[in-house]
Design a protein around this ligand. Structure first.
Ligand code: MTE
Length: 320
């Protein structure tokens, strides 16, 4: 493992269930104690270790971690209250309240298609069987904003190795849960629900590609795709599909929600590329949430060393 990515193993037993964390916060708030990281100090390496009630943060845990460029992680509040999750709302600030009561347990992920060992995993088994580690990654949205997020998760490759893709498998297709009664956005006729995404098999096997089960040392908050979502840090954020229930190995390039809606705007690859403008806006710079001035966008979102070799034969302006 390349320690550039600040990969820190995290035992799943050390992670406080999110609901427990929230209810303890509510309790302490009701008791007049403003809380934050103290509840997490024992569960997340790197999360600031200040005691109750020293931490004055009204909005959750704090962290002084940085990415490998020395840029600080975004606040827990920013990460969990400014979200793209169209199943709940197209308004980023509305996702958190609307997803508050979303049911994430029981949860299973079915892995099937061109594999020797198809398997349906309960989320508990995923947490137990795959060593969870922390990965601090930049997330760059195609809308030209970005964040640095301390995810908890594990390489997708570990799960794929367990199900053994056959020699004919070339792509991996991912599907979000379809539950319109709980996700009102899925009533919108403008999108082909459920949300789908896809990767080439070598992209899926790349060590940077993770299935994330948490952030800030906590189980995945609902607005960020609880209980399990994909994170592909060198691609625009829409490739990182949330709340996954199906993973299919196939020899056909998967249809994706955004490519279906806007084939000329959202390519299958969608690697972060400052030199290729989106038809409606430039991708040369971005606004890091929490900062005022814009910063230049980096090719492959700064991960060229790890991923550029996969595209050596491709014209990335053509295969966007
Ligand atoms: N996954 C699903 N199922 N639905 C969505 O609307 N939005 C995508 C991606 N995954 C989306 C999704 C987009 S556009 C972005 S930028 C990221 O999630 C945002 O992730 P975040 O809210 O955790 O920052």
């Amino acid at each position: 493992m390349n320690n550039k990515f600040k990969s820190i193993p995290v035992k799943s037993s050390e992670i406080t269930p999110y609901s427990q964390y929230l209810s303890r916060r509510d309790f302490l708030k009701a008791a007049g104690i403003v809380t934050g990281s103290a509840l997490l100090a024992a569960c997340a390496p790197g999360v600031t270790e200040s005691g109750v009630p020293e931490d004055e943060s009204p909005v959750g845990p704090t962290s002084n971690q940085t990415d490998e460029f020395g840029d600080p992680v975004n606040s827990f509040n920013d990460i969990t209250n400014y979200n793209n999750y169209y199943e709940f709302s197209t308004n980023k600030e509305a996702v958190a309240p609307l997803s508050k009561d979303f049911t994430t347990s029981p949860w299973t992920v079915e892995v099937y298609g061109m594999v020797n060992n198809p398997k349906t995993y309960a989320i508990e088994d995923i947490l137990k069987n795959f060593t969870q580690e922390e990965r601090i990654y930049r997330l760059r949205c195609v809308e030209a904003w970005s964040m640095v997020i301390p995810w908890t998760g594990f390489p997708l490759a570990s799960l794929l190795k367990e199900v053994e893709p056959t020699s004919t498998a070339q792509y991996v297709r991912f599907e979000t849960v379809y539950r319109p009664e709980e996700m009102k956005g899925q009533g919108s006729p403008f999108y082909p629900w459920p949300y789908q995404e896809g990767l080439r098999l070598d992209e899926a096997m790349n060590d940077l590609t993770i299935l994330a089960t948490g952030l800030y040392g906590l189980p995945m908050p609902n607005p960020n795709g609880a209980p399990i979502r994909l994170v592909v840090p060198w691609k625009y954020g829409f490739k990182s599909i949330k709340s996954i229930v199906k993973i299919e190995l196939t020899d056909e390039r998967p249809q994706t929600l955004w490519n279906t809606v806007g084939p000329t705007e959202y390519g299958f690859y969608s690697n972060v590329n400052p030199d290729r403008p989106h038809p409606r806006w430039s991708q040369a710079t971005e606004r890091r949430i929490g900062e005022f001035s814009r910063r230049p966008t980096l090719m492959f979102n700064g991960y060229s060393e790890q991923v550029a070799h996969m595209y050596a034969d491709m014209d990335l302006n053509l295969y966007y």
